[in-house]
Design a protein around this ligand. Sequence first.
Ligand SMILES: Cc1cc2nc3c(=O)[nH]c(=O)nc-3n(C[C@H](O)[C@H](O)[C@H](O)COP(=O)(O)O)c2cc1C
Length: 290
Amino acid sequence: MPNIAVDPARCSHCNACVEDCPAQVFACEQKGTAPDVVRAESCIVCGHCVALCTRGAIDHSDFPKGSVQPINKEILPGPESLMELLRARRSARVFRDKPVPRELLEKIVEAARLAPTAHNDQGTHYTVVQDSAELKQMVEMTAAFLGQTAKALRNPTKRALFGLLDPNGLKSAWGMVGSFESVAQAALEGDDKVLRGAPCVLFFHADRAITKPDQSAQLAVQNATLMCETLGLASFYTGFVVAACARGVRFPALSGMPKGHRIYGGMAIGYPKFAFHQWPDRKPAPVEWR
Ligand SMILES: Cc1cc2nc3c(=O)[nH]c(=O)nc-3n(C[C@H](O)[C@H](O)[C@H](O)COP(=O)(O)O)c2cc1C
């Protein structure tokens, strides 16, 4: 449990900590007085109280003085620049044969770790794979997994069983069966349609026992993806590789993952061979306004 205290001499009685705290740690009995700390044991260590307090009146053991940084509002993107970044981002499928420097990968992980997490548990871990032999193994194992999956799907009895267990899963997998076969065949011919020759894969994993590990990891993926774009790098979501992990394929590159962890996201990263100069529009968003 963190140690939290409010210094009444510094408190401006703005009540921001009381109103904003997601865990109701603070309560103010009487207007115009400093709040009391009533539920420190519920604190999720999000840092909102210390980030909101303009007077430095809150002492929080997880956020010692000097550890909470001012926001440089002058360099925040406006709606136009953020929207243009969102439009410009693309999944790249052709990469240059050039390694990604470590300092850029560190920036990408830094962006990922700033994403929101359920209960602020910050439980997403990262594994960066750059070893070419391990990447090659990953491509071969994923392609073999896709080939076996396609073979099982082509078998009417196995397909019917799959449909009974997971009707939606079957519908989606059956629609992809031709793609699975072509990725598997390409790998046999030495053509990588799994990682597309990307020199790096960033994995997102977490203990499956934490709250919403999947959702938290996906938000981290999106942060990382946008950071890639700003660094002149490109990426794509390695859905085939993540699916192989979910179905029990164990890549040696991930043998260092802590026990109980599952892979929840994967991104292939590299320098793009081609630059996009236009952005294709999406379907209009189906929105219901009430
Ligand atoms: C969950 C998920 C899985 C994906 N898996 C793959 C994949 O295995 N291979 C691939 O080339 N692209 C994959 N993609 C990328 C999508 O195909 C891509 O986002 C989509 O076609 C739109 O293109 P854009 O990202 O360039 O806008 C995946 C995307 C998501 C969200």
